[in-house]
Each structure stands twice: as C-alpha cells, then as structure tokens.
Design a protein around this ligand. Structure first.
Ligand code: GLY
Length: 360
C-alpha cells in the first residue's frame, strides 16, 4: 500500500493509498485515545458506514451527522457539532474522524482544530477530490456569507487514509470533477502524470483499478511534497491553486450551485492556459495539449449567462488576492508553473472571455 509522509512544523503524518484502507484506522489512533467522533453525512454513512463500524469494532465512538453542502459549511454547524460532542462526553483525549467529501473533511478538521483548543483528527476522504486535495495538507475551515473558507485554520491530521474502493459509489460527475484536480497536479508538477492521464483517459473513466489507484497515489505523493515544503502557502504551495483563481470566481458568481469545485477548476485551468499563451509563456504544443485534455475529460456544465466583467470583479475580491494583487498560477510547460502578480487586468479579462466562449 503506497504511503507518503507529510512533514510540516506542526506534525509529520502518513497518507496511505490503498483499497480496504479504512480498516487500518485503528493503527493510527493514539494509544491514549478517548471517545472517537466520526463526522460524516447520512449518505456516506449509508454507503460506507459498515466498513468504518467494522474498523472501529468495540471502541467507544459516536457518529455525528452533518447535512453536507457548501451552504451548510458554516460556523453555526461547527458549533452544533461541538455541543453534541460535549453532550456525548468528549474531552481532550477525543479524536475526530472526518469521513466524507471535501466539505466534511474541511469542516470536521476545523471542528477538531478548535474543540477544546484542538484535538486530533484523522481524515478518511470518500470523494476523489477530497482524496487528492482537500483531505491532504491540513487546510480546514468554514464559509462566510462573504466567501468560501474565509474562516479556518491549518490543522494537520494524525493520518489520511485514502481508500479508492469507496469511489465505486461516487456519481460519475463527481468522479470527473476529482480527475480535474489530478490533471491540475500533472500540469503543475509532473509531465509523466499528465501524459498518463492523457493516454489512459478511457481506462481511467472506466474505473480500471490499477491506473486509477496509480494516478491517485501520484497526485497524493506530489501534494505531500508540496505541503511538506510550504505548509502555510507562503511560497511553493501556491502552485496548487492553478485554475483556482479563475475557478473560485466562477463558483462564487454562480453561488456554488452550478459547478462542482473540480469543474470550476477545470474552467479556471482553461482560462489560465489562455492567459499563459497570450503572454507567450507557454509553448504551442503544451498549450494545445492542456486544452485537449480538458476537453477530453469534459464537458463541464454550460457557462451560458455568466458575465466576464462579473468574474473579473470577483477575482479582485478573492481571499488569495493580496493588497489588490491577484496571484495567477500560469503554466510555462507541462509539469511546471510560475506564480505571477503583475498581469494587466485586460489580459485576464481576455482569457476569461475566451474560456467562457469555449464552454457555453
Ligand atoms: N487545495 C489547495 C491546497 O491544499 O493548498
């Protein structure tokens, strides 16, 4: 079973990728572990709860249900879960197990980060997007009305257990949305991963275990390396935002209802690729290859009715915009990106217009 280490000033921990990995949960619980609180959603519990119950056996645990969805990823729900924990006898020796998609891993991680000033969390992500991105790297948080993840903290888990077997029940659209994050990883850091995704597209979309598990493991390996070198996103970790700057604007403009996160990242990668090409930063062959792979893993839902000027305004308000400077992650070749904060607004608008025109 591939295992990767994330090494940060806060904690060093393993990320395991392997079918049946949920059953390894007891191996990662602390020896002095108190009551365990599994934070999950009703649908994940109905599909995969029996595996977790088997893994936990006769340990002292409670299941806390969260309603899911970006709308519910709010501080009020974190507080309600914390109250339930206290009522069920939680103390400082308690451990949270965040068992679900990216919203659950973010919110469950945040609950653990602030409960009694911080208790451990183990992440068991059940969507592809959470497996290759959200659950790895310690970002936790909740949404404000003003925007996504505007409150939160870095709270590195004790371990991340990635079981690709759970993806068999994932809706096809969510599976593809997660694949876009793996494509992102290929573009930013690994030409071999990118080509594997390009050449293995049919096998991947047919859920062939060998290749799916391999691209997940590669993506996790790369993310573990990036986070290990820059936990707090002051430098290298910014490259993980390729496609996110534009994508967050699209998600916010559509109130998080029209696009899955991975789909908006796919659209954002398209816009960033146009921008890089327009700035003559990206060789023609790589430019075409990136657009081509985005097409072949698509389509994403239509962007009709979305206004370029509105997206441009949202870019300026994004939380990653620092002192009014927007940070764009732009590819210079497949496997390498740079971060630029000196892009003229009209260039970004042009890239947005082209990417919108492609996806109507
Ligand atoms: N999702 C991007 C990061 O973890 O930094």
């Amino acid at each position: 079973m591939p295992q990767f280490q994330v090494s940060t000033p806060q904690r060093t921990y393993p990320v395991e990728v392997g079918r049946g990995g949920i059953h390894r949960l007891p191996d990662f619980l602390p020896s002095n572990c108190g009551k365990i609180f599994v934070v999950t959603t009703a649908d994940v519990w109905a599909l995969h709860g029996s595996s977790l119950k088997d893994a936990l056996g006769d340990r002292n645990y409670a299941t806390l249900f969260f309603a899911g969805s970006e709308e519910n990823k709010r501080l009020a729900h974190v507080e309600a879960l914390a109250e339930q924990m206290v009522e069920s006898g939680a103390d400082r020796s308690s451990v949270v197990v965040a068992f679900g998609g990216g919203i659950v891993t973010d919110l469950g991680g945040f609950l653990a980060a602030i409960f009694m000033r911080g208790i451990p969390v183990i992440q068991i992500p059940t969507t592809l997007l959470a497996q290759v991105d959200a659950a790895v790297g310690g970002k936790t948080g909740a949404n404000l009305v003003a925007g996504k993840n505007l409150i939160g903290s870095f709270h590195q888990p004790l371990a991340v257990l990635i079981d690709p077997g759970v993806l068999s029940t994932l809706p096809e659209r969510e599976f593809r949305a997660g694949l876009y994050e793996i494509i992102k990883t290929g573009v930013i850091a690994s030409e071999p991963l990118f080509h594997l995704l390009a050449n293995g597209r049919d096998d991947i979309l047919s859920h062939h275990h060998h290749i799916v598990d391999h691209v997940i493991a590669e993506s996790v390996r790369i993310k573990a390396e990036v986070v290990s070198s820059d936990e707090r996103e002051s430098g290298l970790r910014r490259i993980l935002n390729f496609g996110h700057t534009f994508g967050h604007a699209l998600e916010a403009e559509t109130r998080y209802k029209r696009f899955l996160h991975g789909e908006s990242v796919a659209w954002g990668m398209r816009a960033a690729t146009y921008l890089a090409h327009d700035l003559s930063m990206l060789p023609q062959e790589d430019y075409l290859s990136i657009l081509n792979i985005l097409d072949r893993y698509g389509p994403i839902p239509s962007v009709s009715g979305i206004d370029a000027a509105a997206l441009e305004a949202r870019l300026v308000r994004d939380k990653k915009t620092i002192q009014a400077r927007i940070h764009f992650v732009l590819p210079v070749k497949i496997g390498e990106v740079v971060v630029r904060n000196d892009i003229a607004p009209e260039r970004a608008t042009h890239a947005i217009e082209r990417a919108l025109a492609d996806c109507r």
